[in-house]
Every structure is written in C-alpha cells, then in structure tokens.
Design a protein around this ligand. Sequence first.
Ligand code: AMP
Ligand code: ZN
Length: 110
Amino acid sequence: MDECIFCRIKRGDLPATVVHEDDHCLAFHDKFPRAPTHLLVIPKKHLPDLNALGEEDKALVSHIMLTIPSIARKQGLEAYRMATNIGAAAGQAVFHLHFHILGGGPLSPL
Ligand code: AMP
Ligand code: ZN
C-alpha cells in the first residue's frame, strides 16, 4: 500500500493540485487531463476499486456521492461525467478507488 500513488498523494508525499479535502475524501486535478476539467475524487481509505466496497463503507460511499456534485459546482461545471473504472481491462491503471469528474466542454459519447 506504500507504493499506491493515490495514498502517497493523500499523505502529501506526491504533489497534486487539491481542490477539495475533508475527513473522508480528497479531490485533485488529474495529471494527464482528458477534458478541460478532469478531477479525481478518492476516498482517504485505501480500497482497490468499487468491488472492494463492503457494508462498512456505506457511509463513505454516500458521503463521496454527495460531495461530488458540490465539488463540480465549485469548479463551475454545469455538465460533467462521473466515471470509475473497475479492472485493468476496463482501463483502470491506479488501484485505489477513484471517481473521474470530466467536464468543462463537450464530451465524446460513451
Ligand atoms: P484509471 O485509469 O481509471 O485508473 O485512472 C487513473 C488516473 O490517474 C488517470 O486518469 C491518470 O492520468 C491519473 N494519474 C496518474 N498519476 C497521477 C498523479 N501522480 N497525479 C494525478 N493524477 C494521476
Ligand atoms: Zn491507496
């Protein structure tokens, strides 16, 4: 877990442009943005992906889902896409649960 880059960002060991932080989650700009605004929202708790969530994470997930619209609003995003990749074949490259927020311009259809 020490090598997890998002845990390193969470600890402040790796630089990131943080736009939101609270007791349970952190949001920062994606280093390789694929939209005019591309943010990542991560739980502070290390969980590899959505499949790793358990009953004990209900409050955490609820908190993140309620926080994402507020982060998007503060970034001035009227329209945006929220996505999470689960598994390498789906495009997941960092195995710490994260939600992409993409917006700031037209997005290609899924
Ligand atoms: P995923 O492909 O869904 O696992 O998304 C991982 C995301 O992390 C990609 O969009 C990367 O561009 C992004 N990323 C990788 N390293 C960093 C970093 N050091 N700081 C911010 N974003 C990163
Ligand atoms: Zn991690």
